[in-house]
Write a protein that binds this ligand. Sequence first.
Ligand code: SAM
Length: 221
Amino acid sequence: MPGTLYIVATPIGNLKDITLRALEILKESDCILAEDTRVTKKLLMYYDIQIHVLSYHQHSQEQKRNEILRLLIEGKNLALVTDAGTPGISDPGNELIAFLLEKEPDIKIVPVPGPSALITALSVSGFRADKFVFLGFLPKKRRSKLFSWLSEGKYTFCFYESPKRILKTLEVLKEEFTDRRVFVARELTKIHESLYRGEISEVIEKLQKDPAKGEIVVVVE
Ligand code: SAM
């Protein structure tokens, strides 16, 4: 009988943000597939889990996907994790799932839910979150066109952004939305977690005074 692929959410910073079920599945799997084996090994060491870790990342070739398929067909139970959060959300997880389902539609793929940076940010934004648009990482070009399209709607929207581009992106946002509030969440659940709320120009000022690096989610009201 084919094995199961578990899609296991892992912490987005604080190593304690992992479910009991996720730990159980990681401990009991035959092999863990990790985006960056060094990042995952830190988590495994923290919980004293000694399971073989195989790398699977965005540059993995078809050969690697076939190897994973073979392991599953042989009956191995595998756990897929990425560097942070829920695999498949703006990271290589879903490409692997699509491949496996295409080759072996009967393969069992089981979600093991947990943190995701986007939901974590949205949950403390204070903005309406009953309906929202998630944009992942923004395209590098034609951002103002995208913002202009969103400005016609009434949905809260959120996206992932790099610390290098955040100020520039907020400037482009300001041109499209003069009076909207924004929430910038940097380093969620980590020691240097910083949350900035306010009108776009206020948040720009706050970030200029505190230009630290770190992972960022932006939520726009
Ligand atoms: N699959 C992940 C999830 O469910 O959150 C997201 C993966 S995506 C490759 C990584 C991006 O998520 C980062 O560049 C950043 O924008 C955001 N992110 C991840 N961890 C974060 C954190 N602790 N604080 C703020 N943003 C974070």
